[in-house]
Each structure stands twice: as C-alpha cells, then as structure tokens.
Design a protein around this ligand. Sequence first.
Ligand code: C5P
Ligand code: MG
Length: 156
Amino acid sequence: MVTLRIGFGEDAHRLAPGRPLVLGGVELPSPRGAVAHSDGDALLHALADALLSSFALGDIGDFFPPSDPAFSDLDSREIVRRALAEVRARGGELVNAALTVTLDAPKLGPHRAAITGRVAALLGLPEDRVGVGFKTSEGLAPDHVQARATVLVAAT
Ligand code: C5P
Ligand code: MG
C-alpha cells in the first residue's frame, strides 16, 4: 500500500549589503544578501526541512549543527541531497514540491525559470513538479528573506 506524507519547512535570513543572495542554488544579482554561516540559501534550507519533516526526522540543525565549524560555508545543495537521501532510505519517493519566497527586493520573477530548473535537477524531478512562487512582505519585513516549502512524498 502507498502512503502519502506531507512535509513542510520554513527559513528566514536577515539581509545585509555585500552578501550574496542565493536562492534555490542560484546566485541572484542583488546589492544585499543573506547573513548566514552557510550560503544562506533560505529556499533550500526550507526545502531540506520539508523533506526531513515528511518522516518526522527533526530539522537540518540535527544533521548539520550550526555550532559545528565543519558545516560553515556548506553548500546548501549538500543539505538538500542529505535530506533527500534520508527520505529515500525510508522508502520515500518525492512526488512534488511547492515553494514560496517572500522578499521585497529584488524582483525574483525574471529568475523563476532558473530557480525552478536548478531545484528540479537537485530533486531529480521534472520541472512541472516544482512550483516556485514569490511574494513581497508589503514592507512588513524589508530586511529579511523568507522561504516556505511543502513536499509530497509517496512511501511504500
Ligand atoms: O507580494 P505581492 O502580491 O505584491 O507580489 C506581486 C507579484 O510580484 C507576484 O506575482 C510575484 O511573483 C512578484 N514578485 C517578484 N519578486 C519578489 C516578490 C514578488 O517577482 N521579490
Ligand atoms: Mg537558513
């Protein structure tokens, strides 16, 4: 029998001048980027937490403790690959992913195809199974980038 499992994750980082803005593994043109020990890719961090939550595995801090210097400057794609491996090791197969980034500036719409393509390749999914949406905070959180992710996993 196939069991369906939902997963959800979210992440936020403060924005500061001179930092890279990386979302979904794509570095975007922006005067400000995420303040973080890693590359600060809030979208991939939310996605990794969504994958882990589908099997109630805690969150990425349990696998990559931020206090451990071995994980500073870690490429966030490695975090997602590990989370996906944990899901697959339990018989889980990803069905689709739905992602939202909240950011006031810059405009992300022109980069949707690049972000979708990169995330789909990372997950081993066709692009029509990776939905990527963007929202502003309407000025409520102008100094933050936030991301939310849901995944659907089929497990046998
Ligand atoms: O948040 P809001 O409803 O004002 O977003 C309006 C449009 O702007 C959405 O269609 C969204 O795709 C786009 N957007 C964007 N880049 C952002 C935030 C929103 O392209 N950083
Ligand atoms: Mg993060």
